[in-house]
Design a binder for this molecule. Structure first.
Ligand code: ATP
Ligand code: MG
Length: 177
């Protein structure tokens, strides 16, 4: 199973110029004072996973460029690369750059968003599972979901949903036997 090893940002939100965040372990904890950029780390990962601007706490994609929040963007582009490492220590880099529109790359090779998302899914990253990344304030909303909704969400994240029909068929057959 691949894990996120490192994040490389360039002029993204609170990071000016090129900066490296990490290396990470399989389990990590980010701490810091209010406003220090903890949520921006989640936004960076989410951005590289193809998320829309609205989910990254900005109105327009160009607001993600460093300095844009005070009307002084330092560049006309921003990018984030997320470096995954698999069990054989093989690394794969997924990266997204915004200019007038987004550009997606894997190990530097340009792809469409659909191809990019498909490749992320191949290494077990389900970008469509909206709670794959649990953002600030989301713990409470997950806890308040009714059990059916919560089960649906966990099935989506674990990708066990695709086995549900087969599971129910086998369960019925067993009950009949
Ligand atoms: P809290 O503990 O309150 O949740 P946090 O550590 O999660 O805080 P973030 O929300 O990640 O903090 O970061 C907020 C900081 O990011 C602010 O200081 C804000 O000025 C800065 N920031 C956001 N967008 C940009 C941008 N486009 N350019 C530069 N700085 C930005
Ligand atoms: Mg925060």
């Amino acid at each position: 199973m691949s894990y996120l090893k490192q994040i490389e940002v360039e002029n993204f939100k609170s990071w000016r110029g090129k900066q490296v965040i990490g290396p990470f372990m399989r389990f990590n904890c980010i701490i810091g004072t209010n406003g220090s950029g903890k949520s921006n780390v989640m936004d960076a990962v989410s951005f590289a996973m193809g998320e829309r601007a609205a989910a990254l706490r900005v109105k327009h994609p160009e607001d993600l460029i460093h300095g844009a929040h005070i009307g002084q963007p330092v560049s006309d582009t921003a990018s984030v690369a997320i470096r995954f490492c698999d069990d054989e220590d093989q690394e794969t880099v997924f990266s997204r750059t915004i200019k007038a529109s987004s550009e997606y790359r894997i190990n530097g090779v340009r792809l469409t968003l659909a191809e990019y998302t498909e490749e992320l899914q191949k290494i077990g990253i389900v970008t469509k599972a909206q709670n794959c990344l649990v953002f600030q304030g989301a713990v409470e909303s997950i806890a308040l979901k009714d059990p059916k909704e919560r089960t649906k969400m966990l099935e989506c994240i674990s990708q066990s949903k695709e086995f549900a029909t087969e599971y129910h068929k086998k369960k019925e057959a067993l009950l009949k036997a």
